[in-house]
Design a protein around this ligand. Structure first.
Ligand code: CA
Length: 252
């Protein structure tokens, strides 16, 4: 790729902490097909984003550490290191645990997409994709990961969410959540014990303009459960068959 390591940073320094609505978000495009990378760069820049590129998985890891993007657009099939492995590494490292990742897959098998989400991606899109749809998802994900209210605290049972520091604790222990799981838990904490259908959760957490499969919700609920319920702790996410989910301590 033609990315120059010496390119001067434009405007505010990149990185999730320093991102404000005034700064142009930095998107790392991880793509080994030059034509697709060029097309993505062109469209993203035209839409107000800054773009960094990596042509293989190893380069992606290096660019994430050096350039601290606000979001990663990650191709599934990559040389050197697969997109799945890149995503695993992003989630393993505390500094990038909450970095928004959209997986781009040429595979049409739903199983693979779900596998991508299970690996830690926040969203996925299948090639060939519609650029407007991709831009909508990028914006929604950035909104979710940066939309931190100026103050406030939400609590339920032994779960505590500090909206200022974006920290979640359960019984005094730190709980690490991805951006989607955080928004999901925030929404549940705002409406404890109320049952929400998958479609309602999609509208509230993903946004009404985002078209994702209702079972995407199941994937993120699974991930939320895995993070907040540890050991023999009570599962506070109640599944209501044929109805949806609720944050509740009474599980029946
Ligand atoms: Ca590829």
């Amino acid at each position: 790729m033609s990315f120059s390591m010496n390119a001067p940073a434009q405007g505010v320094a990149p990185g999730p902490e320093s991102y404000t609505s005034l700064a142009k978000p930095l998107v790392l495009v991880v793509e080994d097909e030059a034509a697709i990378a060029t097309m993505l760069r062109y469209n993203l820049e035209k839409s107000g984003f800054r773009v960094d590129e990596a042509a293989d998985g190893q380069e992606a890891i290096t660019r994430i550490a050096e350039a601290q993007p606000d979001l990663v657009l990650l191709d599934w099939m990559l040389p050197v290191m697969s997109g799945i492995e890149v995503c695993r590494q992003i989630r393993r490292r505390p500094a990038t645990r909450e970095l928004p990742v959209i997986m781009v897959t040429a595979r049409t098998e739903d199983q693979d997409a779900v596998r991508g989400l299970n690996t830690g991606a926040d969203d996925y899109i299948t090639k060939p994709f519609n650029m407007d749809a991709l831009l909508a998802r990028i914006r929604a994900l950035l909104r979710r990961s940066n939309n931190v209210p100026s103050k406030g605290r939400l609590s339920f049972h032994d779960i505590d969410m500090d909206l200022t520091s974006h920290r979640v604790q359960r019984n005094g222990r730190a709980v690490h959540l991805g951006p989607t799981e955080f928004r999901l838990l925030e929404f549940f904490l705002q409406h404890p014990r109320r049952v929400f259908a998958r479609e309602e959760l999609l509208d509230a957490v993903w946004g009404p303009d985002i078209h994702v499969e209702p079972r995407t919700v199941d994937v993120h609920i699974r991930r939320l459960r895995k993070s907040i319920n540890q050991g023999d702790e009570l599962d506070v996410v109640r599944t209501v068959r044929a109805a949806g989910y609720a944050l509740d301590t009474e599980l029946l």
